[in-house]
Ligand binder design. Structure first.
Ligand SMILES: NC(=O)c1ccc[n+]([C@@H]2O[C@H](COP(=O)([O-])OP(=O)(O)OC[C@H]3O[C@@H](n4cnc5c(N)ncnc54)[C@H](O)[C@@H]3O)[C@@H](O)[C@H]2O)c1
Length: 437
């Protein structure tokens, strides 16, 4: 099939590459000149395990190409995927300006080219319920009407994006028209050969499904974080509680790890967008208002532990921070707890040297030169008053503890991700603070 992908960021680049890998002809569009130049030079623009091999292979096979020209892409393809940003607006709602802007452009391109061929316009961006109709109306303003709108939310996880896209748990297709659904099913058939379902529904249900899934996961994490704070007070260990409850098949094991709050480009904005839409429609999801509030507070839990340890004053103290990305295996820093934690440490008069295996460059955009960026995790430790672990990269899980002890001024670790065993820390005579244990 001939596919265009409008917006070649995390979702667009992964989707485009994986569609090409299945033999489709894919053209990706982006309006950021720097990003486009890199893509045209066959450079992958995001850190995503496994993406580079597929990316290079499909460029070489001439199944994957890039352009800044929306017209070229729209006129030469039958299925147009919108993978555009839907950031949080000032009032908490999803900002649809990019999605609706491109929808209008598509209509005008078709009309001005006097091209009346049938197109499917697929919304892969996360958008509030009702957006399919807004997109359709925007396209139709031009007079071009031979198209269908499909809502096809994306569920990939950064860090596992290729794996998730190639072997999805399910594909959700929302459309009001059978013809569009059949074409979409044909496109996705190679991805679900193991029998995972393609679930058909109307566009409203499909749009709600994406927010429902993300908000539910955010709520699970938040529940465990609140539970962790309670466990600490009553002498329980949240990790043991997690195992005790997660083995119940009604509950399940995943997304039950306590930590320092969720971040990233999706959960925070999607929770807020659902609060906003549900309130507007007169069915406020008040549970989510609490989730957002608790999550914001959780990002500062580790700083509170640091302050308490140092008697309420950390002025002049120096900290090593391991991990900056909002989670491992990505360089994404959007809404990362690290930014909140580091800014608070600096505000309280401390200094920071940080290391992250992938997110150092992106981090500079958020933290500028307010901190020192170390060459590796060992270099970050030198002369620090304590080590603070913010992101649970695998390479931090089994470190050289002797080196940690000899590099730090005091053998103290504040671990926001519970990556070490309590017994082992005791044995090593490391003062160890974690979450909910
Ligand atoms: N990142 C994720 O893990 C993830 C997962 C599922 C769903 N989503 C959703 O997918 C959507 C895209 O997210 P993302 O993380 O890929 O965003 P992103 O910011 O990484 O990528 C968006 C891209 O669109 C480009 N762009 C903006 N305006 C454009 C225009 N007019 N023409 C062409 N290109 C344009 C930007 O330059 C950017 O490269 C969002 O709605 C997000 O909520 C994201």
């Amino acid at each position: 099939m001939n596919i265009s992908i409008i917006g070649s960021g995390y979702v667009g680049l992964v989707s485009g590459t994986c569609f090409a890998e299945m033999g489709n002809q894919v053209i990706c569009v982006d309006n950021s000149p720097e990003k486009l130049q890199k893509l045209l030079n066959a450079e992958v623009t995001i850190y995503e395990p496994g993406l580079d091999i597929l990316f290079s292979r499909n460029i070489e096979k001439k199944r994957l190409s890039f352009t800044g020209d929306l017209k070229e892409a729209v006129l030469n393809t039958d299925i147009i995927f919108l993978c555009l940003p839907t950031p949080q607006g000032e009032d908490g709602s999803a900002d649809l300006q990019y999605v609706l802007g491109v929808a209008g452009d598509i209509g005008r391109i078709m009309k001005e080219s006097k091209n009346d061929s049938y197109k499917i316009i697929v919304n892969k961006s996360t958008v509030p319920v009702g957006t399919a109709q807004f997109v359709a109306a925007e396209v139709k303003k031009s007079g071009y009407i031979n198209f269908d709108i499909v809502s096809n939310p994306e569920f990939l996880r950064e860090g596992f994006a290729v794996e998730d896209f190639m072997k999805p748990d399910r594909i959700v297709i929302g459309a009001e028209n059978k013809r569009a659904i059949e074409i979409m099913k044909e496109l996705y058939e190679p991805f679900v050969r193991q029998g995972n379902p393609i679930i058909e529904m109307n566009t409203a249900s499909s749009e709600v499904t994406k927010y429902a899934a993300n908000s539910y996961l955010a709520m699970r994490i938040t529940y465990m974080n609140e539970l962790a704070n309670f466990c600490e007070i009553v002498g329980a260990d949240v990790d043991l509680v997690r195992r005790g409850m997660g083995t119940d098949t009604r509950i399940g094991k995943r997304f039950l790890f306590a930590g320092i709050g969720y971040g990233g480009s999706c959960f925070p904005k999607d929770v807020n967008a659902l609060i906003k839409t549900s309130t507007e429609k007169g069915a406020e999801m008040s549970l989510l208002t609490v989730v957002d509030k608790v999550n914001k507070a959780q990002k500062l839990v580790l700083v509170k532990k640091v302050l308490k340890h140092f008697g309420g004053d950390i002025k002049g103290k120096h900290f090593a921070v391991w991990g900056l990305a909002f989670k491992p295996n990505t360089d994404d820093m959007r809404e990362a707890p690290s930014v909140v934690i580091i800014k608070e440490l600096l505000r309280l008069g401390a200094t920071v040297t940080a290391y992250d295996p992938a997110a150092m460059e992106t981090a500079k955009f958020y933290l500028n030169d307010t901190i020192v960026y170390a060459e590796n995790e060992k270099a970050a430790l030198k002369n620090a008053d304590a080590l603070i672990i913010v992101t649970e990269w695998n390479e931090f899980r089994n470190p050289d503890f002797d080196l940690i002890k000899s590099s730090l001024k005091n053998p103290i670790i504040f671990d926001g991700r519970n990556i070490f065993q309590l017994d082992k820390m005791k044995e090593l005579e490391i003062t160890y603070y974690s979450i909910g244990r």
